[in-house]
Design a protein around this ligand. Structure first.
Ligand code: FES
Ligand code: FES
Length: 151
């Protein structure tokens, strides 16, 4: 089937098999490789995107469901040639090692800060508990989120 959706503000069409995931469509059909495929089971958060403004795991959204919807990926957070404040903070804090979890964490943190100006450490930890990182031990990730919140 053919679907049409908006990704990062632009209109796209793609021929898809109904059973493939939005993550697959983004990465393999629309050339947005930022969202990562680590588990494809909704467990790790590496594929997190905003879907009609709500944070979702794009591996759990069927391509057919995405027809007519609006998606923002990690590539869409930067604007006017500038990184998003969460992206800048991840770089400044050294919160990236292999980087596989980073796009999902950045999208989730950007969504979190969009809705909350002031956050305790526990609230940050709770909000990002669906995003798994196998490398960093999380300390620098939480530093980065705190840094972005203060920016
Ligand atoms: S790849 Fe989607 S949650 Fe892990
Ligand atoms: S930096 Fe490697 S999984 Fe998070």
């Amino acid at each position: 089937m053919r679907i049409a959706l908006r990704v990062n503000g632009g209109r796209h069409e793609a021929d898809v098999w109904e059973g493939e995931s939005l993550l697959y469509v983004l990465r393999e059909r629309l050339d947005y490789p930022g969202s990562k495929n680590a588990c494809e089971q909704g467990e790790c958060g590496s594929c997190s995107v905003l879907y009609d403004g709500r944070l979702v795991c794009s591996c759990l959204v069927l391509a057919a469901q995405a027809d007519g919807h609006e998606v923002v990926t990690v590539e869409g957070l930067a604007g006017d040639g500038r990184l998003h404040r969460v992206q800048e903070a991840f770089v400044s804090a050294g919160a990236v090692q292999c980087g596989f979890c980073t796009p999902g964490l950045v999208v989730a943190a950007a969504d979190l800060l969009r809705h909350n100006a002031y956050l305790s450490d526990d609230e940050i930890r709770e909000a990002l508990s669906g995003n798994l990182c196998r490398c960093t031990g999380y300390a620098k990730i939480f530093d980065a989120v705190r840094m972005a919140a203060e920016a």
